[in-house]
Design a protein around this ligand. Structure first.
Ligand code: NAD
Length: 364
């Protein structure tokens, strides 16, 4: 899934605690069930602000190490996402190893739910890639520690439209910073990955008059959406050198790396994918040096977590919308902070999130 590097020498020495990304994690749970074929990993990064909350991703990973690395990076990202958004939640995430199209079934989901339940509320799950709202309903049959269940069952429903709305807000803020206007009319935008989030983002930017190019590995979906939204399609991986204003990564992580950054022509990056920077320090710095306005992913894709948090806190749609719209202001603040402190936008966002966690820790 992710393209980041695992130092295999370190792993041989210390296969668990030596995992570089492991640092800072509180707990990792490996879930194995022979009857259903479930192989899952739950990563709990930090619970200072509250219970760890984060979606479950089902993906056919190249290896178990790739799955572990993904869950560690994702759960850590959730800690900072919740912190910068002002939510009283910690960071967690789960991955299920397997093909969601052929291996996912209700028995597997229930068994996974039982593992979540065994953590007694330290970790709340939700939807991520390869999951649907219906799967959360099945998990709900065996545990209350799940969010993103259907509205019919009293939940907040699919978080993706809200996530897309937050990304749209972050993109507008980045455009305001870089181009002097938040208006996206006439801007050339590339959306990579037109799944649950990407499609709604496509709808928002199209309605505002942007010229959109879409890219996905699912060609049937590209054909359908290009007709529906009158968008241009580019197939394959050769997309980074395209003459575009804004790049919106809405598929996989680690997409801003040594290879892609050499080719990238975009002036703004604002997308939904988690952990876009393969190396947060190195690639964040390259973006800053090249004057590319990068809206940190964990900040602008927080709409989904705001939506599921509503289920726990019992607030309604208006408040969800207001909190999500606030992503616009926070993103602008991050750009200003990054300029003032001469640091990357990732660092500026991280510092604010970490300060909130540190302050809470002192109180405890
Ligand atoms: P999704 O599975 O619905 O969509 C992902 C899309 O990306 C699919 O259409 C898939 O075919 C495409 N894709 C996969 N690999 C690709 C590749 N190499 N090149 C181009 N396209 C590719 O997932 P989603 O829910 O829309 O989430 C998208 C991203 O946003 C993920 O990284 C996810 O972790 C992140 N995210 C989602 C939410 C949410 O609310 N759904 C919240 C926060 C972050």
């Amino acid at each position: 899934m992710t393209a980041e590097i695992i130092d295999t020498n370190d792993l041989k020495k210390d296969p668990v605690f030596g995992q570089l990304s492991f640092h800072g994690h509180e707990q990792i749970v490996f879930c194995n069930d022979e009857d259903t074929g479930l192989k899952a990993i739950i990563g709990i990064h930090n619970t200072v602000l509250g219970p760890a909350l984060g979606g479950t991703r089902m993906w056919q990973y190249q290896s178990e190490w790739h799955a572990l690395n993904d869950v560690l990076r994702l759960s850590r990202g959730m800690t900072y996402k919740a912190a910068i958004t002002g939510l009283n939640l910690g960071g967690g995430k789960a991955v299920i190893i397997g093909d969601a199209k052929t291996q996912k079934n209700d028995a597997l989901m229930r068994r996974f739910g039982e593992f979540v339940h065994s953590l007694s509320g330290k970790y709340y799950t939700a939807e991520d890639m390869g999951m649907e709202t219906r799967d959360m309903d099945v998990i709900r049959e065996v545990t209350p520690y799940v969010t993103g269940i259907s509205e019919a069952k009293g939940g907040a429903g699919n978080p993706s439209p809200i996530t897309a709305y937050g990304v749209f807000m972050g993109m507008k803020a980045a455009a305001k910073y870089k181009f002097g206007t938040e208006k996206l009319a006439g801007k050339k935008i590339l959306i990579q990955g037109v799944g649950h989030v990407g499609e709604t983002l496509l709808k928002h930017v199209t309605e505002e008059g942007a010229q959109v190019i879409i890219n996905d590995i699912n060609e049937t979906r590209l054909e359908e959406l290009s007709k529906k939204y009158n968008a241009n399609v580019v197939l394959g991986n050769d997309i980074y050198g395209l003459d575009i204003d804004i790049y919106a990564p809405c598929a996989m992580g680690a997409i801003l790396n040594d290879v892609t950054l050499q080719q990238l022509q975009a002036k703004v990056i604002a997308g939904a994918a988690n952990n876009q920077l393969a190396d947060e320090v190195k690639h964040g710095k390259i973006l800053k040096e090249r004057g590319i306005a990068y809206a940190p992913d964990f900040l602008i894709n927080a709409g989904g977590i705001i939506n599921v948090y509503a289920e726990l806190e019992g607030y309604g749609k208006d408040e969800i919308k207001t909190k999500t719209e606030n992503i616009y202001h926070t993103t602008l603040e991050i750009f200003n902070q990054s300029e003032k402190e001469n640091c990357t936008t990732y660092r500026a966002a991280y510092n604010i999130a970490q300060a909130r966690i540190d302050a809470r820790k002192k109180e405890q």
